[in-house]
Design a protein around this ligand. Sequence first.
Ligand code: NAP
Length: 245
Amino acid sequence: MTEKKIALVTGANKGIGKEIARQLAEAGYRVLVGSRDLGRGQQAAAELNEAAGGGPDLRAIQLDVTDPKSVQAAADTIANNHGRLDVLINNAAILPAEDSAVSEIDPDVLRTAFETNVVGLVAVTQALLPLLRKAERARVVNLSTSLASFTLVGDPSSRMSTRRTFAYNATKAAVNMATVMLANELRGTGIVVNAADPGNCATDMGGWEAARTPAQGAAVAVRLATLDADGPTGQVHAEEGQLPW
Ligand code: NAP
């Protein structure tokens, strides 16, 4: 029997992250359900294991992406238990309730969003990179959004141009840059790095009236996490294909 691949999903206790965890487990991965509150992560992992009837293999791991000690502890646990990481899904993020237009945003709201969505994502990636390097063909997927596309937001006829969520859009544009620059750094190592736009999905963040299900959104990230060796790197993809920068 071949050994299971190991995947870590940050912010997997609910929403799209939980669905990504479910789909990766269904595809045969041992999935570490990252959650800043260990109890909520354990509950999500138990629900998913039970719903799947015992086959899939999900385990909770405490991980607050803004807490360096938590990030290091998670990396140490994965190193001790598995010795490598095959898939890292940087899903955890916030869309602050106080997000606003550039002319109005409270700088503290902007700082908080960058701390989670960008600094946290980079810190997690740096901590796990040694373990990703130990895997045969590791995949990193960062959750992004069409609201981070300069082409779409810059087009006055696009509905993306009407949103006043500067903190969210700017942090995800930085996530796109982290994606393309890390892909460049790792070219030739076998590790590929891409970003996934799940589309507007019904979650706490996306709003419960959104047309897409978390399962539909998760599928985009799962596709990028399970790419063939000749798949793309340094790109952002939505369900319909590559998004413009
Ligand atoms: P969600 O339901 O709000 O879930 C966000 C997850 O991130 C939760 O598990 C949350 O944990 C976690 N999180 C927040 N701060 C964290 C921290 N400091 N450390 C660890 N975990 C943290 O959001 P979602 O809709 O599933 O979104 C998932 C991803 O898809 C995000 O990156 C989002 O930007 C992206 N996305 C979503 C949509 C959409 O329409 N839903 C569209 C485009 C992109 P708690 O439960 O503890 O708060």
